[in-house]
Design a protein. Structure first.
Length: 746
């Protein structure tokens, strides 16, 4: 059982909006909020199920509706003095959470059954959340508030969650004796503390500065007098030093505040850890233990990260690591072993006086540690789902893997036998492990010698209509080699040629013998000869000029191609203009420079006869099996501003922009409305997460019915293709399946 006294993540006021309540439900991962009046008297609760039941009764869901209008007013509660055994019995029953109130109905605490977690400034710390990173400033400010602010700025730049200080009331903390009567170690420490303390006024000023910089301030009170001062200020949580891990009067005082505390376990035996955990649990404290070795610097042989699982078992909850060793590799290893809090000292100069400086990270080192922790967390993944093939692996599997192919021509209606089947590269067809599923099937089509076998040869062919019903022009992607097969027996409004750089050497009339009575669009290559990825935004002028020349070649080829498509006077030319980076995302200044470079490049290119449509991009594009970071045409406002400023149009790629919205927490449908005035072409396809590109429609995050209504209102008559990944296989099988799906949606 967990007792939450920090109610902010779980409480909304009765007249708060539905949107604010749903936002808290999403953030606290509790699936529930409690509704109180302005005096904090309990009025009801709102759970996911309550919202769903209410929304089904509404013609239009208004997110500004006061939460009191839909919450459950029959919310069960218990008195704060309920016996713990009885409360635990109720939590094991039908309730996962129980609000605890006082004699006049004020909400005082929330008892919860489940995994232990705490919340600080609405940042949840649990086994399911990213590690909470604390930059320990301590006394490394040397008593100088300006240096303290510089350290806060460095921590903000490092993207940590919190900065921590220490407060001591010297007359309360140390015996009133002559310092010269103390041992050398105590003399040294007392001398440093006397010289390098911040005044109380400066300490509170630096806390205010942290809030201005949107980073949580934390502090270690070394005595009861300091705790009292920090409580009056209103800190959200506390840190207990290893030296006070057995200081029960201080622990009890912090527990009585009802606020979370991090407790370092350095210098304590396992028996002492057990005793302190028992003490904290009896006082209903919200605490997280930090594994720690209190030597400066800690020898690597003494770190013993393998103790983390034992500490987790002893504390009955998540644990963390507070490190005093040199470097930042050990905290990263701690995260890999399950640490959910990391504390590490920061300094601007390791040569300054004081032991902490010598075990501290410099600003750039802290930033590196923070970044690598987040990378490790991404790499850790989850145990909650089976191994799946990533999008990048799918791309490489197509190139490197093998497929089942026909060793001879197979007439339609023929029973497929093992001697007719071979295994060859590339991996465009079904995998060889499905050989036995294929043997014995009757071919529903004529299969030429060397053709791939597809899933439809096992399960049956998908339905291809003569004409699909849409309120806007529709087409499909094609290549020169499959244009005739895909365009056969279907009435398309247009086709979109996806060119490779080798296609630029082709005479279109070699493949398109007669003029066509359908429209034309073209997708420019991203990759050109000698591994040149098109980048009109490159800071390397030679590279950028090479990209400009490459795009000019594509435009000239498009002019030749449109001679075979006389219905289209100015075909749309979809271009990924570049702006990617391999090491990480760019800052705002660099983004502005790159948008300007793209605008300059397009202004100097002769685009006569085509309409350039810059494609909206995902945050993590796949470049031929490898992933990078994209910076341009990812954000809706930046995209709209560019189009308004330059007059250049865009191709709205639904999959790309859905992934961008998922990554940046932007409402996708607001994104669509924002860029709709500048859209001349649509790529319609689903997406999953931040890099699940081009997945089967209906299997991802896009609500296509809602999207269809938006497009019909804000981008009517704009042409589209279903850009399903590998949709061209088996004569466009994936495209026909996608169009069938979209007919009822857009």
């Amino acid at each position: 059982m967990i007792l939450h006294k920090n109610l902010i993540p779980f409480v909304v006021l009765a007249d708060d909006s539905l949107k604010s309540a749903l936002t808290k439900i999403e953030r606290n991962k509790h699936k529930l909020v409690f509704v109180v009046d302005e005096k904090y008297c309990l009025k009801g609760c709102l759970a996911d199920g309550d919202f769903r039941r209410w929304s089904l009764q509404q013609d239009v869901v208004d997110l500004t509706t006061p939460v009191i209008d839909m919450c459950n007013l029959e919310c069960a509660s218990e008195h704060i003095d309920i016996e713990q055994k009885e409360l635990q019995r109720k939590l094991r029953g039908r309730f996962s959470s129980i609000p605890l109130v006082d004699t006049i109905g004020h909400l005082v605490a929330i008892a919860q059954n489940g995994a232990k977690f705490v919340s600080i400034d609405e940042r949840r710390i649990s086994a399911e959340d990213p590690a909470y990173i604390i930059a320990e400033i301590g006394n490394n400010h040397q008593g100088d508030i300006n240096l303290a602010k510089q350290l806060v700025d460095a921590a903000v730049n490092a993207k940590v969650d919190c900065v921590k200080f220490q407060m001591r009331t010297m007359e309360s903390l140390y015996r009133a004796i002559n310092v010269n009567d103390e041992d050398l170690g105590a003399q040294y420490t007392m001398d440093l503390l006397t010289k390098y303390q911040l005044s109380d006024q400066h300490m509170f000023e630096i806390f205010d500065y942290c809030k201005e910089k949107s980073i949580t301030p934390l502090c270690t009170p070394w005595d009861l007098a300091s705790l009292e001062k920090l409580e009056k200020y209103g800190l959200k949580a506390y840190k207990v030093s290893s030296a006070d891990f057995t200081n029960y009067p201080l622990l009890e005082a912090i527990a009585s505040t009802g606020k979370p505390m991090f407790c370092s376990t350095g210098m304590s035996s396992e028996d002492e850890i057990r005793q302190t955990v028992d003490f904290l649990e009896r006082h209903k404290a919200q605490f997280i233990l930090l594994h720690c070795n209190s030597t400066y610097p800690t020898p690597f042989k003494d770190v013993n990260l393998n103790y983390l699982p034992t500490l987790r078992e002893l504390s009955h909850g998540v644990v963390g690591y507070s490190g005093h060793e040199r470097g930042w590799s050990v905290p990263i290893a701690a995260v890999a072993l399950g640490a959910k809090v990391i504390e590490k000292h920061i300094t601007l100069d390791v040569s300054l006086e004081g032991n902490d400086h010598k075990v501290s990270l410099l600003a750039d080192e802290l930033k590196t540690m923070s970044r690598e922790i987040r990378n490790v967390e991404l790499a850790m993944g989850t145990t909650k789902q089976a191994r799946v093939v990533s999008q990048g692996e799918m791309i490489n599997r197509e190139v490197l893997a093998k497929s089942l192919v026909a060793k001879q021509a197979i007439a339609q209606g023929t029973r497929i036998e093992s001697y007719m089947i071979g295994v060859m590269s590339p991996g465009r067809g079904i995998q060889p492990n499905r050989l036995n599923e294929l043997i014995g099937k009757v071919s529903h089509r004529r299969i030429e010698c060397g053709d791939f076998f597809y899933d439809s040869d096992i399960k049956g062919a998908s339905h291809k209509k003569r004409r699909y019903q849409f309120s806007r022009p529709y087409g499909v992607p094609v290549r020169y080699h499959d244009f005739n097969d895909i365009n056969n027996e279907v009435e398309l409004d247009f086709v979109e040629f996806h060119l490779s750089y080798n296609d630029l050497a082709i005479n279109p009339k070699e493949y398109i013998k007669e003029p066509q009575n359908i429209g034309l669009a073209v997708h420019a290559p991203e990759l050109f000869s000698q591994d040149h990825l098109l980048d009109l935004a490159s800071f390397d002028d030679v590279y950028r000029q090479q990209s400009i020349g490459a795009l000019e070649g594509v435009i000239e080829h498009t002019r030749q191609l449109k001679l075979s498509f006389p219905c289209t006077s100015e075909p749309v030319l979809v271009v990924n203009v570049g702006g990617w980076s391999t090491e990480g995302f760019l800052n705002q200044k660099q983004l502005g420079q790159k948008y300007a470079l793209v605008a300059d490049a397009l202004s100097e290119i002769d685009c006569t006869g085509v309409i350039i449509a810059v494609q909206t991009m995902p945050p993590f594009p796949w470049h031929f099996g490898g992933q990078s970071h994209h910076n341009l045409f990812v954000d809706p406002k930046q995209t709209s501003d560019f189009c308004q400023r330059t007059g250049i149009k865009i191709c709205l790629d639904i999959s790309h922009s859905m992934m961008a919205c998922n990554f940046y927490d932007i409402d996708f449908y607001d994104f669509v409305k924002s860029v709709a005035p500048y859209v001349v072409h649509l790529h319609v396809v689903d997406a999953l997460g931040v890099d699940g590109e081009g997945i089967e429609l209906g299997k991802g995050d896009v609500d296509f019915r809602r999207l269809g209504k938006l497009l019909n209102k804000y981008a009517p008559n704009i042409q589209f293709i279903p850009e399903v990944w590998q949709g061209h296989k088996n004569r466009g099988e994936g495209f026909w399946k996608a169009l069938n799906y979209l007919e009822s949606k857009i």
